[in-house]
Design a protein around this ligand. Structure first.
Ligand SMILES: [Zn+2]
Length: 83
């Protein structure tokens, strides 16, 4: 699975609405792709914050921002900086 595919499915993955096969593929991707792992965790935390505020939809702007960030990281091929 490519990072772009992972990111396309990420929202549904976090929603738990994916079928188990695709879910397993995404989980497998996370075991070796650190960039997507970071994005997944960040998105998950963001969703939790929004849920606390009774907002269930992940804003498109944020989704685009995350997508751009991961694509940039993949292109740069440098290890992501931990903070
Ligand atoms: Zn990836």
């Amino acid at each position: 699975m490519k990072c772009s595919k992972f990111l396309t499915e990420l929202n549904d993955f976090l929603d738990g609405s994916l079928d188990s096969k695709l879910k397993a593929e995404l989980s497998e991707h996370l075991t070796w792709c650190h960039n997507c792992y970071v994005v997944c965790n960040t998105t998950k935390k963001t969703i939790e914050i929004y849920r606390e505020n009774q907002v269930y939809e992940l804003p498109d702007a944020l989704r685009t921002k995350l997508h751009d960030a991961i694509v940039a990281k993949c292109k740069a091929s440098k290890p992501p900086t931990e903070s």
